[in-house]
Design a protein around this ligand. Structure first.
Ligand SMILES: Cc1ncc(COP(=O)(O)O)c(C=O)c1O
Length: 431
């Protein structure tokens, strides 16, 4: 399974764009995150085009930068004409430092601090997505003290079941995010927003989960949200201008994953949005989405050097690599599947059952269990595919291991976009 912009070179090495992965590992060291700039840009363009094609440009795709946040990714996304969604003061700060226009930034989070909110208002972000009752008064009072009126959207739980992992499912009533429709919370939230003079209730928002392949949950969520817009109009006489339908589009990690073309999701959802708004006599809202994983996930790989190989007869074979849960926590967190290949023999048949172990002091520090790998020996370079999303952004310094560098490739050119941490970086905040 290779992703877009990956192939196998004549020497049997894995290539990312026109760069040999083994050569990159030699030049930059391992572990190493490598990203294809072309894949990221192609994905951004596909989203921008889909909004032109299916909403006549009356909408926007916001890149959910929790998936991968650094100066360079904000610069690329800005150049490609998308907005961004940020969920912390740190992501917001990075986006602004990258020169991202504040009015194209949406600020999310289920527990934004007063300092983060003040920062968002000072920068003048486009919209704040409100997630709990106390946030209304807090934002209103900060906006009042700055003599500003701030545009907000309310995060709604549409009650849609998405077929994905328990921890990445968010649209149901028992979720820490947002207000449920079915128990009246969402209506009370609208009433509250309308009562505060420094808030402009511009939108409603939902996000039903992540790594979703079916189109139906997105269509169902859109339909429920439009019914809610109609309900708000009937009750309060206010017509919501923006409908934000969140992210969650699935990507390919292993052969059995079956992601659809993003344009298909957008086309299907747009039909429902257009038909329902017309049927209910509503104005067509400005429609937005927030893809994260599907913008950067397949663009990235992680390269490791193999160290010890431990064969425990009749039990399993551990192949240990020089990274682990510090740079990829997703298997330990949600048993996420990945494709792992020997980047030096990418054309060889994978027929040895192995478990890829990290170097951290945790038995659960595994990258994958019982997968098939080509013949591998110490010193080989392994590549884990589709690590562009929620890998670097979830990385830690557990066991005081420095975070790897991120290298971006474009054609046969490559450059560091995040440098490798040093041991001095690890102690720089110690007193
Ligand atoms: C509110 C919101 N929007 C967008 C996303 C991005 O989701 P994905 O990366 O699956 O597209 C998330 C992910 O958790 C989210 O919580």
């Amino acid at each position: 399974m290779l992703n877009p912009n990956q192939c196998i070179g004549d020497n049997g090495h894995l290539m990312i764009e026109d760069c040999d992965a083994v050569e990159l590992a030699k030049e930059y060291g391992t572990p190493l995150y490598v990203m294809s700039e072309t894949t990221v840009r192609d994905n951004c363009r596909a989203y921008v085009k889909a909004f032109d094609d299916f909403y006549d440009g009356n909408g926007r795709a916001y890149y959910a930068s929790k998936a991968f946040s650094c100066l360079e990714i904000y610069r690329i996304v800005k150049e490609e004409g998308m907005g961004v969604d940020v969920v912390s003061g740190g992501e917001l700060y990075t986006a602004i430092k990258a020169g991202f226009p504040a009015e194209r930034i949406n600020f999310h989070g289920n527990n934004k601090t007063p300092d983060e909110l003040a920062m968002a208002l000072e920068y003048g972000v486009g919209m704040i997505i409100v997630d709990n009752y106390s946030e209304f008064d807090l934002i209103n009072s900060i906006a009042d003290s700055m003599n500003k009126v701030v545009s907000i959207a309310i995060r709604i739980k549409p009650g849609v079941e998405a077929h994905t992992h328990e921890y990445i499912k968010t649209g149901q009533i028992d979720s820490k995010f947002g207000f449920a429709i079915e128990n009246g919370e969402a209506t009370s939230a609208v009433e509250k927003a309308l009562s505060l003079k420094n808030l402009n209730l511009r939108g409603i928002h939902c996000h039903i989960g992540s790594q979703i392949f079916d189109v139906e949950p997105f269509v169902d969520a859109a339909s429920i949200m439009i019914d809610f817009i109609a309900d708000i109009k009937n009750r309060f006489g206010t017509e919501i201008e923006e409908l934000n339908l969140g992210g969650g589009f699935g990507i390919k990690y292993v052969d059995s994953d079956t992601p659809r073309n993003f344009a298909l999701y957008i086309e299907e959802v747009s039909k429902t949005v257009k038909d329902k708004t017309a049927h209910l006599g509503l104005k067509m809202p400005f429609v937005s989405i927030e893809p994260g994983r599907s913008v950067v996930g397949e663009a990235g790989i992680t390269l490791y050097t193999v160290g010890g190989i431990k064969n425990i007869p009749d039990i399993r074979t551990y192949v240990s690599v020089d990274g682990g849960m510090g740079d990829n926590i997703r298997y330990a967190l949600y048993n996420s599947e990945y494709t792992v290949i020997n980047a030096m023999r990418a054309d060889a048949k994978a027929e040895n059952k192995v478990t890829i172990a990290g170097k951290c002091c945790e038995s659960g520090d595994l990258i994958q269990e019982n997968i098939l790998l080509a013949d591998t020996e110490p010193g080989d370079i392994l590549a884990v595919l589709s690590t562009g999303a929620y890998n670097y952004s979830m990385a830690s310094n557990y066991n005081r291991i420095p975070r790897p560098a991120v290298v971006m490739v474009k054609g046969d050119k490559h450059r560091t976009v995040i440098r490798r941490e040093t041991y001095d970086d690890l102690i720089k905040n110690d007193i």
